[in-house]
Ligand binder design. Structure first.
Ligand SMILES: [Zn+2]
Length: 194
């Protein structure tokens, strides 16, 4: 299969994903495709929602470069133990070109599983902590601009409106299916993996 990155305001970005209960060859292939897409688009993280899949999985590499830094594929991530607070710039492959300062906890604990079923349990800080919090937000249907000040929102709202115009136009030509068709696709994936 061939995955592609969906852009705001595609409804799957607002879908709260369910935990994965089965890992098979297709799921591993999808994780590999997500990593390809992330590196190709010069991102540092990509959540399954962003490729129109309603499952709790994300990929990340804070270095943004294949072969450098630490590469993550995390299934059913849970973050807790937030400590501190720090503002930092964020962007998103689902709204390319738009950036804003987002305030988040400085450190968090990440728990989850890798593709081999090994448990992940790690305290994260620095940029990786921010990336992981951003990706887990996606799995809950949350975009980074849901967490910014109204002043910062004014700086990007024109850009967001342009994405909305593009989305409407892609829908009117049938390039993006209607809500009923999208919901059916999500339900099929959920039946298979959640
Ligand atoms: Zn994002």
């Amino acid at each position: 299969m061939s995955l592609s990155i969906i852009h705001f305001p595609h409804p799957t970005l607002r879908h709260r994903s369910r935990p994965i209960v089965r890992v098979d060859a297709q799921l591993r292939e999808m994780a590999a495709e997500m990593l390809d897409l992330m590196y190709k688009n010069e991102g540092v993280g990509l959540a399954a929602n962003q490729v129109d899949l309603p499952i709790r999985m994300f990929v990340a590499n804070a270095s943004g470069v294949r072969g450098e830094g630490e590469e993550w594929v995390v299934i059913n991530p849970v973050i807790d133990r937030p400590k501190g607070s720090e503002a930092g710039q964020e962007g998103c492959l689902s709204v390319p070109g738009l950036y804003a300062q987002v305030k988040r906890p400085k450190t968090v604990r990440l728990q989850g599983y890798d593709l081999q079923g090994n448990e992940i349990n790690k305290e994260l800080d620095g940029f990786l902590s921010r990336v992981v919090q951003h990706e887990v937000d996606h799995l809950d249907g949350v975009m980074f601009f849901d967490r910014i000040s109204s002043e910062a929102m004014r700086d990007i709202e024109h850009g967001l409106a342009e994405f909305a115009t593009t989305f409407d136009s892609l829908r009117s030509t049938g390039s993006i299916p209607d809500d009923a068709e999208l919901a059916k696709r999500l339900a099929d994936w959920e039946a298979k993996y959640t």
